[in-house]
Design a protein. Structure first.
Length: 293
């Protein structure tokens, strides 16, 4: 997990650096050109600044910004080429151009390192937890019965047990289609933990676990979900979202919210007619989306 956090921090750092550099290039193109030792070309400097800002925003707003990192790398190569031309045509500013070239080369190396780490990372991970004011035994029984699961997931039509520790899922897909897949229980600790993974060849590939931990002081149970998901040919669960109608994090969060409401009140509250669909204060959630290193 430490490696995952370092990877994300590096990507975010590059994103903010790109935005800051782009703003400086747009606001002070002439001063920036003199600083790096190139001829004053305000229009060119500003266009480079817009490219930097666009790349930075793309990196900061995507969970796996490999495409935007590639854009930054392409921009780095362009900048190095322009600096090489400047070095040959402007001998009086060679020291500044050399320093700027070294700086761009260093940033390019960081961009390449971050992109390689993103490419080599494992499937995304979701961590979610919710406090439910019910004993773990009761929560486990509900979750262990597959027929209860469609009550938690709005796009799931049915879940049934088809064999020893195998469940068959039927969900609503896009444009009125249906998506079906099988998953196997991989671990089963009564009243404590359930683990699963989808079978080979399933259109939605995922694995995960749910834990039920009794909270001290008769405060109910902490329900903790950890899920890995992977969609071949689609970035960061895009296929998952297309098939089930929402991002994986949102799907899991809504399922946990429904679970809490059903177990505590017997029904799922809706936000129809309300001014806001905010998360209730009692729903204590922690969300982390990461990549395994």
């Amino acid at each position: 997990m430490a490696a995952v956090m370092k990877q994300e921090q590096l990507a975010r750092g590059l994103g903010w650096f790109s935005i800051g550099l782009g703003l400086a290039q747009i606001a002070m193109p002439r001063r920036f050109a003199r600083m790096v030792g190139v001829n004053e070309r305000s229009a060119l400097i500003r266009s480079v600044g817009m490219r930097e800002i666009t790349s930075g925003v793309g990196i900061l707003t995507n969970r796996k910004p490999t495409g935007w990192l590639s854009t930054r790398i392409a921009g780095d190569v362009m900048d190095l080429s322009l600096l090489a031309l400047a070095m040959r045509s402007n001998n009086t500013q060679k020291t500044r151009v050399t320093a700027a070239t070294a700086a761009v080369a260093g940033v390019t190396a960081l961009d390449l390192l971050c992109r390689r780490r993103m490419d080599n990372a494992g499937p995304p991970v979701i961590y979610l937890s919710v406090a439910v004011n019910r004993p773990p035994e009761e929560l486990y029984r509900f979750w262990r019965d597959p027929q209860n699961l469609p009550r938690l997931m709005k796009n799931v039509e049915s879940v049934r047990e088809t064999g020893e520790q195998r469940w068959h899922w039927v969900a609503k897909g896009p444009a009125g289609t249906r998506v079906e897949w099988d998953s196997d229980l991989t671990e089963e600790w009564p009243n404590e933990r359930l683990g699963w993974h989808s079978v080979e060849g399933a259109p939605i590939r995922h694995a995960g676990s749910v834990r039920f931990e009794r909270l001290p002081g008769d405060r109910g149970t902490a329900v903790r979900v950890e899920m890995y998901y992977d969609a071949p040919g689609a970035g960061l669960g895009a296929r998952f979202a297309k098939l089930l109608g929402g991002a994986p994090e949102q799907q899991v969060w809504e399922a946990l919210r429904s679970f809490k409401q059903i177990m505590e009140t017997g029904e799922v509250a809706t936000t129809v007619g309300q001014t806001s669909g905010r998360r209730p204060p009692s729903l204590l959630l922690k969300l982390e989306s990461a990549r395994q290193a």
